[in-house]
Design a protein around this ligand. Structure first.
Ligand SMILES: Cc1cc2nc3c(=O)[nH]c(=O)nc-3n(C[C@H](O)[C@H](O)[C@H](O)COP(=O)(O)OP(=O)(O)OC[C@H]3O[C@@H](n4cnc5c(N)ncnc54)[C@H](O)[C@@H]3O)c2cc1C
Length: 403
C-alpha cells in the first residue's frame, strides 16, 4: 500500500465507488480501503442459485431521477404488478373491497404522519398512525419494508424526508453487479479494514492491519454501525457522534427460492410478515423480503431457518404443493454481515436533523458519505451514490490551495 495519497476513501460500497470515480476523473491521487473481501457492500448480486439474485439493493427507486438508471433500457424490468394482500389472521387472500380498504388505511397513516411532521413535531410513527384492528399489522409490514425498523423506532420527520417518485426498475444482471461494474479500474484495496483515524498530525493517519496510510482528506462511506467501530483520534465532534447514534441500521433480508418451475398462478403477494415476487425475468425463482422485527427475530436462525420460515409462509398463501417444488434457497443476513451490521439507516424519534449533521465535514479533512447522509434519497443505493459524489466534490474543494 502506498504510504500517502491526497484522499483516502473508506469503504467500497455504492458511495465509495462513486466518490472514487469522481476523484479519478479529476486526477486526484486516492485509494479506496475496503474491509471486506469483496466490493459493493449492501449491493450484492448472488449467483449460487444459477441466476443473478440481489440479496441487497434490488430496485432502482425513483428511476426517473436515479443516476444509476442509465444505459440500455432492455436491461431493466419496469413492470411492477401490485401485490395481492394476504390476510394472515383469516388465512386467505383479501377481496377487492378489502384490498381497497387496506389501501385507504395506508394512505390515512401516511397522511397522519405527514400532518404531524408538518407541525414540526417528531413523535415515533407508532404514536401517530390511527388504530385499525384489521390492517395495522400490514402497516407495520409496510413501515418495515420502507425503513427497516418497526414504527415505534422511527422518527416521523425521517419518514417524510424520503422522496420516492414511485418509478421502480429491476436490473436483468442484478443491481449489485450493475453497481460494482462501475468500480472497474479504481484503486481499491480489499480486506483492509480501517481500525483508527488519527487527525492529530498535519496529515490524517489511517490505521489498518496492513500498515498505516497518510492522507490529506478522508471520505468515510462506512455505514453507521461500522462507523461506531472505528476509533477516532481526537474523538469526533459531539454532533457527528450523536448523528451516528440517531441513525442506526434496521433489519431487512432477502430470501430467494429456486423452483423446478414457477406456477403461473403464483402472482406477487404480500402478507403482514413478508412480500414475494415470482418469476422475474422469466426465471424459476421466488424473491421474498422480510424486514424489521421479523428479520430481527429470524436472523439468528441462519439461512436455513429463514428459508424454512418463508417456505411455510408461502405454503399458507399459495398452497402446500409449493413446498415440494423448492430446489434450493439463499438468504441474506445483513445484521450479521461484518462491516455492515444492518440493513439501512432509520432515524430515531426526536433525532433532529441527524442526516445533515452526519454529512457535515469535520475540520475540512473528514467527509462523510453513504446512504445515511443523503437528505432525500436516504436508505437507498442512489442516495449513497449521490452522497459519494457530493463528498468527493467537498474533499476536492478543501484540497484546492487558498487564493
Ligand atoms: C435487504 C436490502 C434491500 C435493499 N433494497 C434496496 C433497493 O431495492 N433499492 C435501493 O436503492 N436500496 C436498497 N437497499 C439499500 C442499499 O443497498 C444501500 O442504501 C446502499 O447499498 C448503501 O451503500 P453505501 O455505500 O452507503 O454503504 P455500504 O454498501 O454499506 O458500503 C460501505 C462499505 O464500507 C465497508 N466498510 C465498513 N467499515 C469499514 C472499515 N472500517 N474499513 C474499510 N471498509 C469498511 C463495508 O464493508 C462496505 O463495503 C437495500 C438494502 C438491503 C440490506
Amino acid at each position: 500500500m502506498s504510504s500517502s495519497v491526497d484522499v483516502a476513501v473508506v469503504g467500497a460500497g455504492a458511495a465509495g465507488i462513486a466518490a472514487a470515480r469522481s476523484l479519478q476523473a479529476a486526477g486526484i491521487s486516492h485509494i479506496v480501503l475496503e474491509a471486506a473481501g469483496r466490493i459493493g457492500g449492501r449491493a450484492l448480486t448472488d449467483h449460487s442459485l444459477g441466476y443473478p439474485v440481489d440479496l441487497g439493493c434490488t430496485w432502482l427507486h425513483s428511476a426517473d431521477r436515479n443516476p444509476l438508471a442509465d444505459g440500455d433500457p432492455a436491461q431493466y424490468d419496469c413492470d411492477r404488478a401490485p401485490p395481492r394482500l394476504f390476510l394472515d389472521d383469516d388465512a386467505r387472500w383479501a377481496t377487492d373491497p378489502e384490498q381497497a380498504l387496506h389501501a385507504d388505511y395506508i394512505a390515512a397513516c401516511e397522511a397522519a404522519i405527514e400532518a404531524a411532521a408538518a407541525q414540526g413535531k417528531d413523535p415515533s410513527v407508532a404514536d401517530i398512525v390511527p388504530a385499525n384492528p384489521r390492517f395495522r399489522r400490514h402497516f407495520d409490514w409496510w413501515c418495515g419494508a420502507y425503513t427497516s425498523v418497526p414504527p415505534q423506532e422511527l422518527s416521523s420527520q425521517d419518514w417524510c424526508r424520503y422522496v420516492d417518485t414511485r418509478r421502480n426498475w429491476t436490473v436483468l444482471g442484478g443491481f449489485g453487479t450493475h453497481i460494482i461494474q462501475r468500480a472497474r479500474g479504481l484503486p481499491i484495496r480489499r480486506e483492509t479494514p480501517v481500525l483508527a483515524i488519527d487527525r492529530r498530525g498535519k496529515a490524517v493517519r489511517l490505521v489498518t492491519p496492513a500498515g498505516n496510510l497518510e492522507a490529506k482528506a478522508v471520505i468515510l462511506t462506512a455505514g453507521t454501525e461500522a462507523l461506531k467501530r472505528i476509533r477516532f483520534l481526537p474523538a469526533l465532534p459531539s454532533t457527528t457522534q450523536a448523528a451516528i447514534h440517531r441513525l442506526p441500521l434496521g433489519r431487512a433480508n432477502k430470501v430467494a427460492l429456486r423452483f423446478d418451475r414457477v406456477d403461473p398462478e403464483w402472482g406477487p403477494g404480500r402478507s403482514a410478515l413478508l412480500s414475494v415476487r415470482f418469476g422475474r425475468f422469466g426465471r424459476p425463482l421466488a424473491e421474498s423480503f422480510v424486514e424489521a422485527s421479523i428479520a430481527r427475530a429470524l436472523e439468528p436462525e441462519g439461512e436455513r431457518g429463514q428459508a424454512a420460515f418463508v417456505v411455510d409462509q408461502l405454503c399458507s398463501m399459495y398452497g402446500n404443493h409449493l413446498r415440494s417444488r423448492v430446489q434450493a434457497a439463499r438468504a441474506s443476513r445483513w445484521g450479521n454481515t461484518p462491516w455492515i451490521w444492518g440493513a439501512y439507516s432509520a432515524m430515531t424519534p426526536g433525532g433532529g436533523d441527524a442526516r445533515a449533521d452526519l454529512a457535515r465535514p469535520v475540520e475540512d479533512r473528514l467527509f462523510f458519505a453513504g446512504e445515511a447522509t443523503h437528505p432525500t434519497f436516504c436508505t437507498a443505493a442512489h442516495g449513497a451514490w449521490l452522497s459519494g459524489e457530493r463528498a468527493a466534490a467537498e474533499a476536492m474543494r478543501a484540497l484546492r490551495p487558498a487564493r
